[in-house]
Design a protein around this ligand. Structure first.
Ligand SMILES: Nc1ncnc2c1ncn2[C@@H]1O[C@H](COP(=O)(O)OP(=O)(O)OP(=O)(O)O)[C@@H](O)[C@H]1O
Ligand SMILES: [Mg+2]
Length: 364
């Protein structure tokens, strides 16, 4: 197995007027499990289809290791692809559907049988192997599709495009764990497309976040949560997402309205910035706490395991996640503290630094 390298790869469906995928250079490392995460229409399927060869990119070149595959059709790429909805032969038995990708490639009968039994056992299909696929419910049919994608022992990559959409929610969790298990056993490169952050974060070694046709950040789940490098990652990941508050750097101090909330990092020019801080890290402090920004409580969601305290700093909403049973009341005046090591500054949506402690510098 080899790395899959995209070199300046981009795609336009309308002759270059708009780019479904903006030209990008990116390497999928061999044997890793990736989640490709992003909202509807951001280019996830386009990117998968370019890797599998269903789409020839408008620009750029694709390499599987040392072999260039840019003009090579799907059949010559040795990729397994699983789509959002079942793709199978309805009149064939489950067994024959699973065996098909192997028989098609002339695997010996014994190996076909061995692989089919292995995969069907892992996916809980061993009791229905003789049944016609047409007679299964759509969720089960999709699991057969998944099996067809996983049955081949040697593939350059397994690409899964929102494969669990039609599967019962209770089964999703089990299937995702199975996929992880299969990944550990086979060492295939897996790329799993989803717009669901929980699915992405629980499945992948590395999450690649795509927005508006461009990769905005890639990293381990904790990295994306703790250290977002783009505003989009801040609000797309997390529940609720990161608070973003307009602020101003003047005289080395970061101010929200008149309140100094921290020092600007060295070298960052004065001017407007946006402060990004997750609800988990904002602290509600007593009146007069310094540094802090005055806020008004606008409401409280008691979620059972935790509370979400909704506040407003001037015109800007800031949500604080606190332990359950918070003593805050609506309309109360509070101070919000933004911890220096968990608060980031953004310009043009891109992170440009972190809030620094005031260290005695006069905030006002
Ligand atoms: N065959 C096509 N012809 C024209 N435009 C297309 C075609 N396929 C996709 N697009 C456009 O390209 C952009 C990216 O689409 P794509 O299907 O790759 O997104 P996606 O991230 O997979 O979305 P979803 O989560 O809804 O599946 C969208 O703006 C879409 O409308
Ligand atoms: Mg799609």
């Amino acid at each position: 197995m080899a790395d899959i390298r995209l070199e300046g790869v981009g795609h336009s469906y309308d002759g270059g007027r708009t780019w479904a995928l903006k030209p990008m250079t990116w390497t999928w490392q061999s044997s890793r499990a990736y989640a490709l995460l992003g909202p509807s229409g951001c280019g996830k399927t386009t990117l998968l289809n370019i890797i599998s060869g269903l789409i020839t990119p408008t620009v750029g070149r694709i390499w599987f290791g040392e072999r260039e595959v840019t003009g090579v059709p799907t059949a010559g790429r040795n990729i397994a692809q699983v789509f959002q909805f079942p793709v199978l032969y309805e009149e064939m038995s489950v067994y024959d559907n699973l065996a098909f990708p192997l028989r098609n490639r002339k695997f010996p009968k014994k190996e076909v049988d061995q692989r089919v039994r292995q995969v069907s056992q892992l996916l809980g299909l061993d009791q229905v192997l003789r049944r016609r696929s047409r007679r299964l419910d759509p969720g089960r049919q999709q699991i057969v599709s998944l099996g067809r994608g996983l049955v081949r022992p040697q593939v350059a990559a397994v690409l899964l495009d929102e494969p669990l959409t039609v599967v019962d929610p209770a089964l999703k969790w089990t299937l995702r764990s199975k996929l992880k298990e299969i990944h550990r056993d086979t060492g295939h490169t897996l790329i799993y497309v989803t717009h669901d952050q929980t699915e992405a974060l629980t499945f992948a070694d590395e999450v690649v976040v795509l927005n508006d046709g461009a990769i905005v950040q890639a990293g381990e789940p904790a990295e994306l949560f703790l250290s977002p490098s783009h505003e989009f990652v801040g609000h797309f990941i997390g529940s609720p997402g990161m608070n973003m508050v307009p602020a101003e750097i003047a005289g080395g101090v970061v101010r929200v309205g008149a309140a100094g909330v921290g020092a600007a990092p060295d070298g960052l020019p004065p001017g407007p910035v946006r402060i990004g801080v997750r609800p988990e890290f904002v602290r509600i402090a007593g009146p007069g706490a310094s540094p802090g920004a005055g806020a008004t409580v606008t409401g409280i969601d008691r979620m059972g395991a935790y509370d979400l305290v909704h506040t407003r700093v001037g015109e800007h909403p800031v949500i604080v996640k606190t332990e359950a049973g918070s003593a805050c009341e609506p309309d109360a005046a509070v101070f919000l503290h933004f911890p220096a090591d968990r608060t980031f500054l953004f310009r043009d949506e891109v992170r440009c630094g972190s809030l620094a402690p005031l260290n005695g510098r006069e905030p006002s």
